[in-house]
Design a protein around this ligand. Sequence first.
Ligand code: ADP
Ligand code: 2DT
Length: 215
Amino acid sequence: SRMLRITRGALIVLEGVDRAGKTTQCQKLVHALQQSGRAAEMMRFPDRTTKIGQLISSYLEKKSNLEDHTVHLLFSANRWEMVPLMKQKLEQGINLVVDRYAFSGVAFTSAKPGFSLEWCMNPDIGLPKPDLVMFLQLNPNMAADRGEYGIERYETSAFQRTVHQRFEELMQDSSVNWKVIDAARTIEEVHKDIKLLSECIISLAENQPVGELWR
Ligand code: ADP
Ligand code: 2DT
């Protein structure tokens, strides 16, 4: 027909250890896409604004304790509760730039003793699959140079090293479109790479349905 077809937006995720520059780069990417006339919005996980997000936030701030399996499932539920909104925005042609996703979920919980990668992945199977996951690669020593670790849970160099190893294992999975970005450069240099990769994937994604993660 001669009706206008609205092409879908792309789901773009930034992952990496603390201090790698995820938030900085998500904001710059959204801005750059908007400047070039594309609809783009940022999201982040955990989304601390929902009821589930408030439970998570209180846990991360060490104001409450939660059993390890329980908190893992809350992080996953915090993604699932946003899925209807995410799908709606993608269908409306809005590109979503997401600061952390299921990969952080798996990397952080599986860094705890007794948690397999497989167990951790299960609750996130079937989430909207990112068209592109950029891993901001930065060695933990350089990350530590970008500022003191904060007081939140998980913010210790020993734990972050294990998290980094788990991310390396997740990146072996070729069903996910991983791109490793050298995050040890200037903010502008890193941004240039991220923008180029994102523009490419936005064009490619237009003609494909949104996939299902790990299925
Ligand atoms: P993340 O979201 O991955 O934890 P942020 O974007 O919050 O990282 O950045 C952490 C800190 O490092 C901030 O102070 C930020 O200004 C700084 N930073 C971000 N990218 C770079 C970079 N490429 N070089 C130097 N410092 C950076
Ligand atoms: P920031 O808000 O500073 O990114 O820190 N985390 C995150 C998990 O343990 N599981 C998850 O599913 C997600 C998305 C990473 C959030 C902290 O919570 C951790 C750091």
